[in-house]
Design a protein around this ligand. Structure first.
Ligand SMILES: *Cc1c(COP(=O)(O)O)cnc(C)c1O
Length: 493
């Protein structure tokens, strides 16, 4: 393929795009410890770009017209199956991302539950730490999400979950590991009990799926565990692919087929869709496929070994910081940090202040608000760090920023909930309680809080915003966040 030279007009468009990109967080170099997964191998990015370019005109909708799509998907699924100890009975699909894999796991389970005679509203049973994609799936597909409380370390007691299994449960979901604290759920115990009860068990390995196979010392969690019926694993996380790719594998051909939607009852072409989209890009599949082909098991193992070293070092750094501690016993290249309440009050570090202070130093950590579980027990607010292969090359600088940030805010009290609430314009809570806010009201609340300014710039210090989130009823926060995001893309008058 030879590149067609671009006209000055087209070049100007690309110049504007490059300019727009300058406002973005850096996607390479390890300064953003969430969202992006930098392998540190520049060649992989170029390989992916060229693969996308080659596949650009193809419609991934129809692998009979475009057999290249089927070949790549078969090879990706085959690699994933080997990596996750699946036998010939394990089959699956490449989806557009983790959320789509999780949505489809739930849709599949719901349809099978109904086919087996289930009536009414089925339940999904999962620990509180299960990814929000399952909240979304329950909402989209009409299931009830039955959340099992976890301990302060983010771990669930297997018996608490197993005690909730009954005939109206369409799916049990466990995580390898769960995103918030990297807790590895007791998968063997839960999958065995689910199997005895005849209930399918999904392992959400969206984040761990392409790292845990090479991590070492991880209890069995994949298709080697008998009761595990499906697994999601994101290619666009530790598969190092550009966004838009994940795999969903099922144990059993019939289970996989229940994921599909087909109809011939309209006057157009017969529709047979394994995933939620119709016409779709084949570019992200091609990029993910090319990267797997290039890395093979050996390079995945090396990249994972680097992440393991970096994760261990960073955990030691955090454990060495007075006033902070790592939450629970994380498994994989991610962990969460909370206030060390064993330290004297004046020596404690608030994780939200800490993340703000570290951000001032050029490193983006992810702030996770504390929440109240269904049993009323609070889970503490935390800071999330996702480690990637490139992290090892910036460890010293990052470690120094983590320590200096903590030194800056040690002893600074957390923003008090009542202070946060007092900053709310009068009547907001009443308005929200009385059946929701309209977009005008929501926008004026955001403005009153100094949020939602032009261009969507967020304040330098997010700790007050996080405290507000923790203090407000979730439906109010959710409505405000929707407004904030929706306003970002509204054309100006
Ligand atoms: C990232 C993630 C998801 C959702 O994946 P997206 O690719 O962001 O849609 C689901 N589960 C877990 C555990 C994740 O880490």
């Amino acid at each position: 393929m030879t590149a067609t030279p671009l006209s000055p007009e087209s070049n100007a468009i690309l110049d504007r795009l490059r300019l727009l990109r300058e406002a973005d967080a850096p996607t390479h170099g390890g300064r953003v410890l969430s969202y992006v997964y930098d392998s540190g191998l520049a060649e992989l990015d170029e390989l992916a770009a060229q693969a996308i370019r080659i596949m650009q005109p193809v419609n991934g909708l129809d692998p009979t017209t475009f057999p290249s799509v089927a070949t790549m998907e078969r090879e990706v699924v085959g690699f994933a199956r080997r990596m996750l100890h699946g036998d010939d009975a394990v089959v699956g699909s490449v989806t557009s991302g983790g959320t789509e894999s999780c949505l489809l796991a739930v849709k599949t389970a719901r349809d099978l539950w109904r086919a087996e005679g289930g009536v009414g509203v089925p339940r999904i049973v999962a620990p509180v730490t299960v990814h929000a994609a399952f909240h979304k799936a329950a909402h989209y597909f009409g299931l009830e999400l039955d959340l099992v409380p976890v301990g302060p370390d983010g771990s669930v007691a297997a018996d608490d979950l197993i005690g909730r299994l009954s005939a109206d449960v369409a799916l049990v979901v466990v995580s390898a590991p769960a995103y918030p604290h990297a807790s590895l759920d007791p998968i063997e115990e839960i999958a065995a009990a689910a199997s005895v009860a005849g209930i399918p068990c999904h392992v959400d390995a969206c984040i761990g799926g392409w790292a845990l196979p090479w991590w070492g010392g991880v209890p069995r969690w994949d298709f080697a565990v008998e009761g595990v019926t499906s697994i999601s694993a994101d290619l666009h996380k530790y598969g190092y692919a550009p966004k838009g790719a994940s795999v969903l594998l099922h144990r059993g051909l019939d289970r996989h087929r229940a994921q599909y939607f087909a109809t011939t009852r309209w006057p157009g072409y017969p529709v047979v869709n394994p995933t939620m989209m119709g016409s779709k890009s084949a570019g992200s599949l091609a990029a993910a496929w090319a990267i797997i082909e290039r890395l093979e098991e050996e390079s995945f193992a090396e990249l994972t070994a680097s992440m393991r070293r970096a994760t261990e070092t960073l955990r030691e750094v955090v454990d060495g910081i007075e006033g902070l501690r790592v939450v629970g016993s994380p498994v994989g290249p991610l962990f969460a940090v909370e206030t060390d309440v064993a330290a004297a009050a004046a020596r404690q570090v608030d994780p939200h202040h800490w993340a703000d202070a570290v951000r001032q130093r050029g490193w983006l950590l992810q702030q996770q608000p504390g929440i109240v579980q269904p049993n009323g027990v609070r889970l503490s607010k935390t800071t999330h760090l996702t480690i990637t292969p490139v992290t090892e090359s910036v460890l010293e600088e990052l470690g120094a920023a983590l320590r200096a940030g903590a030194d800056e805010v040690r002893g600074v009290p957390a923003v008090a909930a009542h202070d946060a609430l007092a900053s709310l314009p009068a009547g907001v809570l009443a308005a929200a309680g009385a059946g929701g806010m309209d977009s005008q009201t929501a926008a004026s609340v955001l403005q009153g809080l100094g949020l939602g300014g032009a261009g969507g710039a967020l304040p330098d210090r997010m700790a007050p915003v996080l405290s507000l989130m923790e203090a407000l009823p979730p439906e109010v926060t959710e409505r405000l966040l929707i407004e904030l995001l929706a306003r970002l893309v509204e054309p100006s008058a």
